[in-house]
Design a protein around this ligand. Structure first.
Ligand code: DGL
Length: 261
């Protein structure tokens, strides 16, 4: 049964900072009637260098605050927070749909006959049991090279997604792993990296196929809202509120810039 009143409540989209804007952008394009509240936790970024317990605690607090504030659903637009906290928060906030991210390892592994796939993600994501199981599952289908990307999130948080500084950072991160052999695909296992997809493609030779899992998550949001009878089909353009845990106002400016608003 549809709940029209509830369907008008916002979808909360959360991330450690500006990364989840790459998911929000596609959500706004695909589900334009929805109202959104984006919460970037830049005061606590990067999550990927913290412990799993800490990321779980922070994610729990943020979701608690947003669900009390009236969000009808939460999108954890962060691979790191999903891997550290999704199971726990889904049980704790069982009355609202909570949708997370998963590195797009499966479609990358299936893109060709035994492709070479570089998986870029935060150190915490790569060390979680959930990720190791995922890689293990497709290990006979592809050659995986997993790359913890220290420093990349910090650049994106500063609004740097291309140019010399980004190219230098990517060269430092990626050159030890490509060792002259051709890479077929890259999995962007962190939503921050999606903003730098062009620079990453260039750093890997300019001809790799990029998998980011964003559209998969957006489709899942649509499915879950429809199943709960709270998809907003109101016909009007939805509203967007952007919040950030940092006192630095520039994060809001950079958020608009990354959304091309
Ligand atoms: N954007 C996040 C992700 O998708 C995490 C970045 C971080 O704070 O380390 O993993």
């Amino acid at each position: 049964m549809e709940d029209i009143e509830k369907s008008k409540k916002p979808i909360a989209v959360i991330d450690s900072g500006l990364g989840g804007l790459s998911v929000l952008k596609v959500l706004m394009r695909e589900l334009p009637n929805e109202n959104y509240i984006y919460f970037g936790d830049s005061a606590n970024a990067p999550y990927g260098e913290k412990s799993g317990d800490e990321v779980k605690r922070i994610t729990d607090e943020n979701i608690g605050m947003l669900s009390e504030g009236g969000a009808k659903a939460v999108v954890i637009a962060c691979n790191t927070a999903t891997s550290a906290a999704a199971e726990y928060v889904r049980e704790k906030y069982a009355d609202i749909p909570i949708i997370g991210m998963e590195p797009a390892v499966k479609p990358a592994a299936m893109m060709a006959e035994h492709p070479k796939v570089v998986v870029m993600a935060t150190p915490l994501t790569l060390m979680r049991e959930k990720f190791l199981r995922l890689i293990e599952k497709y290990s006979d289908k592809a050659e995986f090279v997993t790359v913890p990307c220290h420093g990349l999130v910090e650049l994106v948080e500063r609004g740097v997604v291309e140019g010399e500084e980004m190219d230098e950072c990517l060269c430092r991160i990626l050159s030890p792993y490509t060792d002259g052999s051709d890479v077929d695909a890259v999995v962007l296992g962190c939503t921050h990296y999606v903003h730098a997809a062009n620079a990453i493609n260039k750093a890997l030779g300019g001809n790799v196929q990029i998998f980011d899992g964003v559209l998969g998550t957006v489709r899942e949001v649509e499915r879950r809202l429809a199943a709960a009878g709270i998809l907003n089909n109101g016909g009007e353009q939805g509203e967007l509120t952007i919040c950030n845990s940092s006192d630095d106002e520039d994060f809001i400016k950079r958020s608009h810039m990354l959304l091309n608003l």
